[in-house]
Ligand binder design. Structure first.
Ligand code: PGA
Length: 251
């Protein structure tokens, strides 16, 4: 059956020293605990290797927040999937709405990144989600379907089964305005149905679909109690152990 996952997305926050302290703090807090979900921290590129050295990676997985859309070579400033994998990171967040919006990442670019991530043994945490006008126009189901089809549906069933999906309504990210648990359940069930329509029902049933967007200690329990909500991708509330731990313990 599918895994429950709580993943932190630190975004462009923390210096190396602050990030290390945060990762070590989380490691310490989980030392004597057995979480009922997989725990992941998504750190800036600069922190990946040091964080991998400092924590029990058997207990806390590490994610990059992006990777390049080329394998290697003359792409100044880029970080390849192979480089990410060589740090000890096992996951890569791809298609975050901030990357789509501010850095022009298209479905085609993301398709390439997903393929490179998989080729290098990384698990993509693939983000999808609609903006407010699309939700208000009732287009959110179509938007997420297009995002999935545009970047993921050329994958073989075997490769698709390695993908984690994060549904993140853009209007809920960093706004303090969460989707209700019922709204999340409704669209997560829809996403699973879309996957089942393309691949087999078992592949859809085994796919972890996370919710993201202002998830916190106060609303996590209600969200993850929904049958199709398999965890969360957490931004702001992942930046302190105090706020992140109760979300992990929501399961
Ligand atoms: P947030 O961010 O929890 O701060 O809303 C979630 C995300 O962007 O992944």
């Amino acid at each position: 059956m599918r895994k429950n996952i709580i993943a932190g997305n630190w975004k462009m926050n923390t210096t190396l020293q602050e990030g290390l302290a945060l990762a070590k703090g989380l490691n310490e807090a989980l030392k004597d605990k057995t979480p009922k979900c997989d725990v992941i921290v998504g750190t800036p590129f600069t922190h990946l290797a040091c964080v991998a050295d400092a924590i029990d990676t058997g207990k806390i997985g590490i994610a990059a927040q992006n990777c390049a859309d080329h394998e290697k070579g003359a792409y100044t400033g880029e970080v390849s999937a192979a480089m990410v994998a060589s740090t000890g990171a096992k996951y890569v967040i791809l298609g975050h709405s901030e990357r789509r919006q501010y850095y022009g990442e298209t479905a085609e670019i993301l398709k390439t990144k997903v393929n490179l991530a998989l080729a290098n043994g990384l698990t993509p945490i693939f983000c999808i989600g609609e903006v407010l006008e699309e939700r208000e126009a009732g287009k959110h189901f179509d938007v997420v379907d297009e995002q999935i089809k545009g970047s993921l549906f050329d994958l073989s069933a075997e490769d698709f089964s390695k993908i984690v999906i994060a549904y993140e309504p853009v209007w809920a990210i960093g706004t303090g305005k969460t989707a209700t648990a019922d709204q999340a359940q409704e669209i997560h069930a829809h996403i699973r149905q879309t996957i089942a329509g393309k691949y087999e029902q078992t592949i859809a049933d085994n796919c972890s679909i996370l919710y993201g967007g202002s998830m916190n200690a106060g609303n996590a329990k209600e969200l993850v109690a929904k049958p199709d909500v398999d965890g969360g991708l957490i931004g702001g509330a992942s930046l302190s152990v105090e706020n992140f731990l109760p979300i992990i313990e929501a399961f």
